[in-house]
Design a protein around this ligand. Structure first.
Ligand code: GDP
Ligand code: GDP
Length: 479
């Protein structure tokens, strides 16, 4: 099987060679024996964690004659792209976006090769400004990374997973075999006629799927402000006897996973910031920075947000909760230190108020009150994690969805469109799970008001039990 081939793209000095060396796992001697002669693309076998990679590099372009630089860069980039399954587009997050970055982004946007945008030089959670600017390049969410310090590689691994899965699928289709895997599903097939054909033809398909494989570990991250009790919880949950494998440097030295079994279900705790351990017991989680938290979230399927009962859903908690929802992960709120809560009634009131006013986009997020210190309600927490995971993975048959859609539009027809013609919602299908994502085919999607989309999303939650997990709904044009 050919490994996933990645091309490292970007203007000079963003850190391409550094990343190349890190992925190739060795310091390749970069020999400038003939000044002025541009090194061509280089290939290397490399790996990221357990994922083998074949890497195309375009470094060295800065040695090209100045006048021809742009042309050469474009040629090299296009050739590298043609060879690659996925492009890694680097920017220097400390510099922010330069016109040359924008130029590369433009080339990549029109290329059929999928792109992962990487905000490099983000060590220690620094360079947030450049990171946020990078959202504006139109290449999707940037993955924060420090190629030099080896931070954030877990996030890159996570971003590569769906591409590797897609490659394996292509190879399997060609008879080469291999099974696909991945944390959250890729937004792979949200367009295209196949989906529409499935939506239109699915009237007889009535079987829902519950694709959770109980033998596969559930990826769990525990995040939250410092001092909320995360390490206490991890110690309690794992306990020496239930610890199956010690923390092995998983994907990278900053990504550490711990496996254990809860009621027969393997659970993999993901902590990208690393865990300090003494003997076989996790001593204390590193204090998570925003970038680390984001990495942990991206590695996880379900995220437990630990909060202090006396300060539930404060501003920082809400920021993290929103990140989890934006990343499409399943969220469970843990109200810790319940044993020492000053006023339990007030805490619950505040929790409900804040969820209603500040987290309204996801109704019914589950919460559990617990005491990590006293070991109370930990089973409830884990049961809730497993239930939420199952909902996040759930698939509804196209037949049921289409019957539901016609009932919904019958009860409240969509409004008139701009030209006085009624908008028509023709059919729908669930494009993917993890998180549940639906495609609705509509005569003029641009005219459908947001309030109607919300009506549909809330209806989906109620009708099919998608309470508490992010639900995505895409409108697609259909004649
Ligand atoms: P290239 O021209 O894109 O191949 O960039 P290089 O890999 O040669 O890196 C350019 C400069 O950025 C070098 O001085 C690197 O040491 C530095 N660099 C690369 N990655 C990082 C990083 O993650 N953080 C910081 N602070 N510097 C980096
Ligand atoms: P972290 O920074 O989120 O990993 O928090 P720690 O696990 O280090 O806990 C911070 C402090 O809160 C420690 O003094 C813990 O003993 C205490 N703590 C953790 N869980 C509980 C709890 O359920 N009840 C009470 N009363 N204290 C707790």
């Amino acid at each position: 099987m050919t490994p996933l081939t990645v091309a490292i793209i970007g203007r000079p000095n963003v850190g391409k060679s550094t990343l190349f060396n890190r992925l190739a796992g060795r310091r390749l001697a970069i020999v400038h024996d003939r000044p002025g002669v541009t090194r061509d693309r280089r290939f290397a076998e490399g790996r990221l964690g357990d994922m083998p990679l074949r890497i195309v590099d375009t470094a060295g372009l800065e040695e090209a004659p100045a006048d021809a630089l742009e042309t050469r860069m474009r040629q090299q980039t296009e050739r590298a792209l043609a060879e690659a399954d996925v492009a890694l587009m680097l920017i220097d997050a400390r510099m922010g976006i330069t016109p040359m970055d924008a130029h590369f982004a433009q080339v990549l946007r029109v290329s059929p090769t999928p792109v992962i945008l990487i905000a490099n030089k983000c060590e220690g959670g620094a360079a947030q400004a450049g990171l946020y600017e990078a959202f504006g390049l139109g290449l999707g969410d940037p993955v924060p990374l420090s190629a030099e310090h080896g931070e954030g590689l877990a996030g890159l691994y996570e971003a590569l997973l769906p591409h590797e899965a897609a490659l394996k699928e292509r190879q399997a289709a060609e008879g080469l075999g291999a099974e696909a895997d991945g944390a959250a599903d890729a937004d792979a097939d949200l367009s295209g006629e196949d989906l529409e054909a499935r939506a239109a033809a699915g009237a007889d398909d009535d079987a829902d799927e519950e694709p959770v494989d109980p033998g596969r570990p559930l990826n769990l991250a525990i995040v939250g402000r410092p001092n909320t009790g995360k390490s206490t919880l991890v110690n309690r949950l794992i306990g020496d006897d239930r610890l199956l494998t010690g923390p092995e440097a998983g994907v990278t030295r900053d990504a550490i996973t711990v496996d254990w079994v809860h009621k027969g279900r393997p659970v993999r705790l993901v902590d990208t910031a690393g865990m300090r351990r003494k003997g076989r017991v996790v001593e204390s989680l590193e204090k998570l920075s925003v970038a680390d938290t984001l990495n942990a979230i991206r590695m996880a399927e379900v995220v437990v947000l630990m909060m202090d009962a006396d300060m539930v859903l404060d501003r920082q908690d809400l920021t993290i909760a929103r990140l989890v929802v934006e990343e499409g992960r399943a969220l469970v709120l843990a109200v810790n230190k319940w044993d020492a809560a000053a006023d339990r009634t007030a805490t619950m009131q505040r929790l409900r108020d804040r969820m209603e006013t500040s987290m309204a986009q996801v109704r019914g997020i589950p919460y559990v009150t617990l005491s990590a210190l006293k070991g109370r309600n930990l089973d409830r927490l884990m049961d809730t994690v497993l239930e939420t995971h199952a909902i996040w993975n759930r698939r509804v048959s196209t037949g049921r969805l289409n019957r539901w859609l016609s009932a919904m539009t019958g009860e409240h027809p969509p409004p008139m469109g701009k030209h006085g013609r009624r908008l028509r919602l023709r059919y729908m299908t669930q494009a993917k799970a993890r998180p549940p994502t639906f495609a609705v085919f509509c005569s003029r999607p641009e005219d459908l008001p947001d309030s109607y989309t919300r009506y549909l999303v809330n209806g989906l939650r109620e009708a099919f039990g998608f309470e508490g997990v992010p639900v995505r709904l895409f409108l697609r044009k259909s004649e």
